[in-house]
Design a binder for this molecule. Structure first.
Ligand code: FAD
Length: 508
C-alpha cells in the first residue's frame, strides 16, 4: 500500500483538527509512514483578529488530537513561526529535515491561505517534494456547484437545490477513524541529536524568521502571547476533542433535531446544535453532520422530518458562504458583494459603536445578545441577525466594524460564515435581506423571547421586570434599575437607513 521509496509523508493540520473523516490524513496514511504537523502563527492570528477564546479552543483541541495521534503511533510536531511570510520556507525546511516527500492538507479558501499554499508548493518543489490538497472542509467541492453559465450561484435557493440533488445521489460517507500505523516515520536527520538528548523544543537560529520546533503542544503563551486565557467557566461550555464534538452531535440528534424547525429561532431555548465552534475548527466535518442528519431521516433529504430538513438547509448556508468565498477572493478582503453599497454614508460614531460592543445600547435584546457573546464566545443565530442589522441599519455604522468585533469575540469565528452573515444583514451581500426589511429589535424580542427569559439571563438588572415591560422598559424603570436609555429612536433611524440605501445607484 505504501509508496516504495522510504521517504515520509506529512499531514499538515490546518482548520481540520480531527482524525475522523479527514481526507488529507487518510491520503497521507495510505501513502507512506506519516507524521503530523501544526504550525503555530500567533502574529497572523492577531492580524486576523481571531478571538482569544477561539485560539484557546484550538489549542485545547490540539491537546486532544496529540493524545489520539500518539495512540496511533503518528508523531505530532509543532513549528512556531512568528513571521507569516517565513512559513513556506520554514515548512520546506521542516520537510527536508524530516525526509518528507509529500505534504497532504485540506484546502482552505481564504485568499491569504491560498497564496500561502501556492508559495509552499513552490518551495517544496525545489526539494522534489509536493503539496497535495484535499476537499475536507465542505460537502461538495467549491467550483463544482454552478449555474447554467458555469458561475457560482449568488442566490441561495437554487444553490441549495443543486446541492441537494447532488447529495441525494451521492450522500456523504464519512471516512472512519484511522487505525494505528504499523510502521512509524523514519527518524529525522537534522534533529536526531537534539531529540535523543531529551529536548522537546528545538530553536533554529539558521531558519527563516524566528522558528521553533517542538514535539509537544506549545504552552498557552506561545498561542496567546500576553493575552489572558479564557476563564475555566467559559472553557467548560466548549469541551475540546472529537469525542466531545460527537457527543454533542448525538445529543442534538436525539433531543432537538426533530423540533429544530420550530425551536431554532428561540434564544431562550436550547434549540440549535451549538456545533459551530467544532465545525469552524474542523473538529467535526460537515459530512459527518449531514450523515447523522440523514440517518435520523431514513436517508431522506427532501422529505420526512421537517426538523432535519431545516437543519440540513443551515448546513447548506455554511456551504453557500464557503463556495462564495472560493469564487470571490474580494470577500477575503471584506469587500461587499454589491459594490454600490460602498457608497452608503456610514456614520463615524465611536461612542455608538462602543455602546453596541459593550451591550449598553438600551435595547434589551441587543444588549443581552452582546453580553452572551462576551461571556460565552457564541451568540444565537437569530440574535446575530438582530444585532448586525441594528448596527448596520439603525446605527448606520459600517458592517465591517461589526464583522471585526465578532471575529475578535467568537469561538466559532469563520471568515466565510461571518462575512456572509454580516453582508446578509447589512444588505450588501449575495442574496442578502432586502435593505428595506429592517428588524425591529423590540418586536424581535417579544416574538422570540416572549417571557423575557433570555433577557433576564443576560441582563440581571432587568430581572425584576415582567414579561410585558422587559422588552422596552419605561424611563422610570430604567432609572431605577440602572439601565441606559435607548441609544437612538428606532423609527427615525429606520427612515435614515431607508434613505441612505434608497439613494444608492444600482440595485442595492
Ligand atoms: P445550528 O443552527 O445548529 O446549525 C448547524 C451548523 O450550520 C452551524 O454550526 C453552522 O456551521 C452552520 N450554519 C447555521 N446557520 C448558518 C448561517 N446562517 N450561515 C453559515 N453557516 C450556518 N457562523 C459561524 O460558524 N461562524 C461565524 O463567524 C458566524 N458569524 C455570523 C455572523 C452573522 C452576522 C450572522 C447573522 C451569522 C453568523 N454565523 C456564523 C452563522 C450562524 O449564526 C451560526 O453558524 C450559528 O448560530 C451557530 O450555532 P449552531 O451551531 O447552534 O447552529
Amino acid at each position: 500500500m505504501h509508496r516504495p521509496d522510504s521517504r515520509n509523508t506529512l499531514w499538515w493540520i490546518r482548520s481540520d483538527l480531527r482524525l475522523g473523516d479527514n481526507p488529507a490524513l487518510d491520503a497521507a496514511l495510505q501513502e507512506a509512514p506519516t507524521l503530523a504537523l501544526f504550525i503555530v502563527t500567533p502574529a497572523q492570528w492577531r492580524a486576523h483578529g481571531d478571538a482569544v477564546v477561539k485560539i484557546d479552543f484550538w489549542r485545547r483541541n490540539l491537546l486532544a488530537l496529540a493524545a489520539a495521534l500518539a495512540d496511533r503511533g503518528i508523531p505530532l510536531k509543532f513549528l512556531s513561526v512568528d513571521d507569516w511570510t517565513a512559513l513556506p520556507r520554514a515548512l520546506a525546511r521542516f520537510c527536508r529535515d524530516h525526509d518528507v516527500a509529500t505534504v497532504h492538507a485540506n484546502v482552505e479558501w481564504a485568499i491569504n491561505e491560498r497564496r500561502r499554499d501556492t508559495e509552499v508548493a513552490a518551495c517544496l518543489e525545489q526539494d522534489q517534494a509536493t503539496l497535495t490538497l484535499h476537499q475536507g472542509a465542505t460537502l461538495l467541492t467549491p467550483g463544482t456547484v454552478v449555474t447554467g453559465k458555469g458561475e457560482c450561484y449568488k442566490v441561495f435557493t437554487p444553490f441549495a437545490r443543486a446541492c441537494r440533488e447532488r447529495l441525494i445521489t451521492a450522500p456523504p460517507r464519512p471516512l472512519p477513524l484511522p487505525r494505528a500505523q504499523t510502521r512509524g516515520p523514519r527518524a529525522p536527520r537534522a534533529l536526531h541529536g537534539a531529540q535523543t538528548a531529551g529536548a522537546d523544543h528545538v530553536r533554529h537560529a539558521d531558519r527563516p524568521g524566528h522558528v521553533i520546533e517542538a514535539d509537544a503542544v506549545p504552552d498557552e503563551a506561545a498561542f496567546l502571547g500576553r493575552r489572558k486565557p479564557p476563564a475555566d467557566k467559559l472553557r467548560d461550555l466548549w469541551p475540546a476533542g472529537e469525542e466531545a464534538a460527537h457527543r454533542r452531535l448525538d445529543a442534538f440528534a436525539a433531543d432537538a433535531l426533530a423540533a429544530y424547525d420550530t425551536e431554532r429561532d428561540r434564544p431562550d431555548r436550547d434549540g440549535t446544535s451549538r456545533l459551530s465552534p467544532y465545525l469552524a475548527a474542523g473538529v467535526l466535518s460537515a459530512g459527518q453532520c449531514l450523515h447523522r442528519a440523514l440517518a435520523a431521516n431514513h436517508g431522506e433529504i427532501d422529505s420526512g422530518s421537517q426538523g432535519v430538513r431545516t437543519w440540513i438547509t443551515e448546513l447548506l448556508w455554511r456551504e453557500f458562504y464557503q463556495h462564495l468565498l472560493a469564487a470571490h477572493p474580494a470577500l477575503s478582503m471584506h469587500r461587499p458583494m454589491r459594490p454600490e453599497t460602498d457608497a452608503v454614508p456610514w456614520r463615524d460614531a465611536a461612542g455608538d459603536l462602543e455602546a453596541w460592543r459593550a451591550g449598553r445600547t438600551g435595547f434589551p435584546i441587543v444588549d443581552a445578545a452582546m453580553r452572551q457573546l462576551a461571556a460565552t464566545g457564541w451568540m444565537h443565530n437569530r440574535l446575530r441577525m438582530v444585532v448586525a442589522m441594528f448596527l448596520s441599519k439603525n446605527l448606520l455604522i459600517d458592517w465591517r466594524a461589526g464583522e471585526a468585533w465578532f471575529m475578535e469575540n467568537l469561538i466559532d469565528g469563520d471568515l466565510a460564515a461571518n462575512n456572509g452573515g454580516w453582508q446578509w444583514s447589512a444588505s450588501t451581500g449575495a442574496d442578502a435581506v432586502p435593505y428595506f426589511r429592517i428588524f425591529n429589535p423590540e418586536s424581535q424580542s417579544r416574538k422570540f423571547d416572549p417571557q423575557g427569559q433570555f433577557l433576564r439571563t443576560w441582563l440581571p438588572e432587568l430581572a425584576p421586570l415582567d414579561a410585558r415591560a422587559i422588552h422596552a422598559p419605561a424611563s422610570e424603570q430604567r432609572r431605577r434599575l440602572g439601565y441606559p436609555e435607548p441609544l437612538c429612536d428606532l423609527k427615525e433611524t429606520r427612515l435614515r437607513a431607508l434613505e441612505a440605501y434608497g439613494n444608492l445607484r444600482g440595485p442595492a
